[in-house]
Design a binder for this molecule. Structure first.
Ligand code: ADP
Ligand code: MG
Length: 925
């Protein structure tokens, strides 16, 4: 697409990107400290909220068109036309009525379900950080106004168009706007030429793009529809609606069934005509067959199930962003998760410092700066410990976090690791702001997960001072001296070993360890970081997040492995892994260095045994996810960072945290945990499995009913009987009688063992041979009594025979609901009552069926003959047979997992996977 250069006629001032930053601030009547709250409020009233006009929902006509395009409609139209051609006016009219009703109902349910889903799938409003009254404030991005000073950091979506004021390694991805997928470096000065096209305006960032590296400040120049995206009218964050694989497979299955029926219909018609039967009768059978084959209720029930499932998940704080994820969730076998802040609470406290070869204990838990220092059981006076003070000073200076007292509670802003260090420094009376007055910061190297350290540069009377903190092994490489009680000493092997021992001791207690170092440098450059003085190790406690060990145990029971991916070092990862239960007795760990050395084959061999990867950078995550997927695992991957996006996309289910996650990660994710809690994944998986179960239950139910209808017609025709069911009767069965039980199946509660059995095979799931065999078995079980009733009724005339067949089949189908429900026998009241909708559906459908028989207009339309008591003595036992046989089978074999060949399968659960590890090899994907 062509960029949209701002018009620059002489009358107009130069565009923002061409003005020096200071002029931009002046023109927007703002300052580097941002607007005051009062001014921001005035501007908000003037410019309006910073939002793009909402993404248009799927238009209603499109939903209607989709309804009309379905095979069902085509068939019904054909059937009506055929009925009209053969002079069956009433039939034609009834079919037409059904057509309208079916389309109308389908449209209404679909529309409501889609709207509900769209509301859920819409991304939550983004947050932004802006300076107000000189202080950073996190606000809803809709509250931004021109003149606000935005703080940008990696991972954020840019919430408005803005002119850069300050940039540190700042890069954005502007693909959404310009189509350019490489990151674009940004800078504050010098301004670019007025005529510079949008993709090259390095002094600006634009709404809808994302910060992928570095950070900076920028002043908002345009909001809402005035932004470039707003003006183009191309809306970011559009809802992605796809059909789920299951929906596609159901479509396929439906189409096959129709083809089958059409083939049978053609054969029967040909046969009938060859035998000299009246053409009208044969045609009626053909039409009936065609109608019988189509599970008319299926699309509506499927949509409703998905919509309800989405809503239940949302209620449990799991927000699904892509519909197919709903299904995939139920099949997840491996969860790759980061540690810090996900498995652990992310509430850090520095509890131990290793300074000058001594371990110093710090008391007090949390971010409140209240606590004392002690060594060997003796209290220390920090003011008299120069080495300790130097270390804590460095910790406070090489820091980007903030601590604030909000409602009497000390709350961290920014990285909790850094905030914990601020707290430790404050416990010794060292305040970052005061330290900065003496040693102003002139430059910084930001933390990145690849670098595993950060540095700040400060002006001092003796020249430039670098303050460094980061992973101990990385920091140690930069040091040649060690700070001890006596000053600085060369870092010989003995001292190096002492540091590593200290690190090991802290890490084995599960502490997160950071090293601190500093030293004079010639210039603010990463390459200048050498010959530094090693100051201290800081060990931080990060307790397990609530509910995590229980969830990991539950996952184990459900056949789902939890794999921890962490940037932390091996010893820490191992200690925490054991505490959390991620690492069982036989599980191994692997670290990033090793990972880089080994081949893909070796990784594949060892991945199954490895439950924790340590010292992992984002670039490794993609490789790990790929390895597991290649082994046929269905992988859910949790990630938050900008660099996690590729792995999130690669995983079968990408999961991001709603609050803590970066916008980039959320954009790439399929599932968002709104409460940022790991156990929420368990809830999502449980719902996913339930949805999957329920879809299988009603597919089983509807298809066995349809197949029974086909078999009845086919068998009667082969036996030379008249047609046992009229087209209208079959429509009635499919649209009225079957729908309520199918809906009740969509509402089945999760089975009690749902999280105690292994994940389902995602591919074979729906159409596995045992499942199809079960359908065939129960269809036959309903066909035989129907034919028996028909044959018995034939001696009193075809109309009565049809009525008997119709009533028997209808009631048999209604009671067949019990076979499709839980794997246990539903005649056990405790099980029966678990789904009250099922009971209501049986009563409701049975009443409608009786109404059909006894209400004159209905009975006339359906061609039903009056029924006497003696007819019921035939219908009732015959109609109950399939249900009773099914229940008996279940009682005989309460665990349907052991279905041996040759035995009648036990319903939709026939192919439930057995306990233990899965043995079958799924195809590589
Ligand atoms: P994780 O969050 O899984 O521990 P990270 O990639 O965030 O992984 O961190 C990797 C390592 O980098 C940590 O183990 C720690 O040693 C170091 N580190 C983490 N945060 C910071 C920070 N803010 N400043 C300096 N070093 C850090
Ligand atoms: Mg981290």
């Amino acid at each position: 697409m062509t960029p949209n250069p701002s018009p620059t006629t002489p009358a107009q001032p130069p565009p923002w990107h061409a003005l020096p930053a200071a002029h931009v601030l002046a023109r927007l009547e703002t300052t580097p400290d941002g607007l005051s709250e009062a001014e921001a409020r005035r501007r908000l009233a003037r410019f309006g909220p910073n939002e793009l006009r909402a993404t248009p929902p799927t238009p209603a006509w499109r939903i209607l068109a989709a309804q009309l395009r379905s095979v069902v409609v085509l068939l019904l139209v054909a059937a009506a036309a055929l009925a009209l051609a053969t002079g069956e006016r009433l039939d034609a009219a009834a079919i037409a009525a059904v057509l309208v009703l079916n389309t109308g109902l389908g449209f209404a349910t679909e529309l409501r379900a889609r709207r509900a889903m769209e509301a859920l799938l819409r991304l939550q409003p983004a947050r932004a950080t802006a300076l107000r009254d000189g202080r950073p404030r996190t606000l809803d991005a809709r509250e931004l106004v021109p003149g606000d000073i935005l703080l940008l950091e990696a991972g954020q979506a840019v919430p408005a168009d803005a002119r850069i004021l300050e940039a540190v390694e700042l890069q954005t991805n502007e693909a959404a706007l310009t189509g350019e997928s490489l990151p674009v470096p940004k800078r504050a000065e010098p301004p670019v030429e007025p005529a510079t096209p949008l993709p090259d305006r390095q002094t600006m960032v634009y709404r809808g793009t994302a910060v992928v590296a570095g950070g900076g400040r920028a002043v908002v120049t345009a909001t809402a529809m005035e932004t470039e995206v707003g003006r183009i009218g191309r809306l970011a964050g559009e809802i992605r609606q796809e059909r789920t694989p299951l929906e596609r497979r159901l479509d396929q299955l439906g189409r096959r069934l129709v083809l089958l029926a059409l083939a049978i219909a053609a054969a029967i018609t040909a046969l009938g005509i060859a035998q000299g039967a009246p053409a009208a009768a044969t045609l009626a059978t053909g039409i009936a067959l065609a109608i019988a084959a189509v599970p008319e209720g299926l699309p509506a029930v499927a949509t409703i199930t998905l919509a309800l499932g989405l809503r239940r998940m949302a209620r449990r704080n799991a927000l699904v962003r892509r519909l197919p994820a709903v299904e995939t969730l139920g099949s997840v076998t491996t969860i790759c998760t980061d540690k810090t802040g996900t498995l652990t609470a992310g509430e850090m406290t520095v509890t131990t410092l290793w300074v000058a070869r001594r371990e110093i204990h710090v008391s007090g838990i949390g971010y409140a700066p209240e606590g004392e220092f002690s060594a060997d059981g003796h209290r220390l006076e920090p003011a008299r410990e120069p080495a300790l003070l130097e270390a804590l000073e460095t910790a406070a200076l090489a820091n980007r976090a903030g601590l604030a007292r909000e409602n009497g509670r000390w709350t961290p802003h920014g990285d909790p690791t850094e905030a914990a260090l601020l707290t430790a420094a404050l416990k010794a009376g060292l305040d970052r702001d005061r330290l900065l007055q003496e040693r102003p910061e002139t430059a910084a190297i930001p933390f990145s997960s690849e670098r595993m350290l950060m540095a700040t540069f400060h002006r001092t009377p003796h020249g430039l001072l670098a303050c460094v903190k980061g992973a101990p092994d990385r920091v140690l490489r930069l040091c040649t001296r060690l700070r001890t009680e006596h000053g600085e000493e060369p870092l010989d092997d003995d001292r190096r070993r002492a540091i590593l021992d200290g690190n090991d001791r802290l890490a084995r207690r599960g502490l997160r360890v950071l090293a601190l170092a500093r030293g004079p440098v010639p210039g603010p450059d990463e390459r200048a970081l050498h010959d530094l003085t090693f100051l201290a190790l800081a060990g931080m406690l990060d307790p397990p997040a609530p509910g995590v060990p229980e969830t990991i145990r539950a996952f184990r029971e459900a056949g789902i492995r939890t794999v921890m991916l962490t940037g932390d070092q091996r010893a820490t990862a191992e200690a925490i892994g054991r505490t959390l239960g991620v690492l069982g007795p036989d599980d191994e760990t692997m670290d990033g260095y090793e990972l880089e050395r080994i081949s893909d084959d070796e990784l594949a061999r060892r991945a199954r045994r490895t439950a924790a990867f340590s010292r992992i950078g984002p670039e490794h995550k993609l490789r790990i996810v790929t390895t597991y997927r290649r082994q046929g695992e269905i992988v859910a991957m949790l990630g938050d960072g900008v660099n996690d996006a590729p792995a999130l996309r690669k995983a079968d289910i990408g999961v991001a945290m709603g609050r803590r996650g970066t916008d980039v990660a959320k954009e790439a994710a399929d599932l968002i945990l709104q409460d940022d809690r790991f156990p929420t994944i368990a809830a999502a998986i449980e719902e996913g499995r339930t949805i999957f179960d329920n879809i299988r239950k009603f597919v089983f139910y509807l298809f066995s009913c349809n197949l029974a209808e086909i078999l009845v017609l086919l068998a009667a025709s082969l036996a030379g009987f008249p047609t046992p069911l009229t087209p209208l009767q079959i429509l009635w069965l499919n649209l009225i009688t079957d729908t309520f039980p199918a809906l009740a199946l969509a509402l089945e509660p999760p089975e009690p063992d749902i999280m105690r059995r292994p994940a389902r095979e995602p591919r074979a799931a729906i159409l596995s041979p045992p499942f199809l065999r079960a359908i065939a078995f129960y269809a036959t079980l309903m066909t035989l009594p129907t034919l028996a009733a028909f044959a018995w009724g034939l001696h009193t005339g075809p109309a009565r025979a049809t009525t008997l067949a119709f009533m028997t089949l209808a009631l048999a189908q209604i009671f067949h609901l019990g076979n499709a429900r839980s794997p246990g026998a539903v005649l056990v009241p405790r099980i029966a009552l678990r789904n009250p909708y099922a009971i209501a559906a049986v009563i409701g459908s049975a009443s409608l069926q009786l109404a059909a028989a006894y209400l004159p207009p209905l009975a006339d339309t359906l061609d039903l003959a009056p029924l006497a008591l003696r007819h019921w003595t035939v219908i009732a036992p015959l109609a109950l047979t399939p249900a009773l046989v099914g229940q008996a089978l279940k009682l005989l074999r309460p665990t349907p997992t052991r279905t041996a060949a040759g035995h009648p399968p036990a319903g939709p659960h026939a192919d439930r996977p057995t306990e233990g590890p899965r043995t079958s090899d799924r195809a590589n994907r």
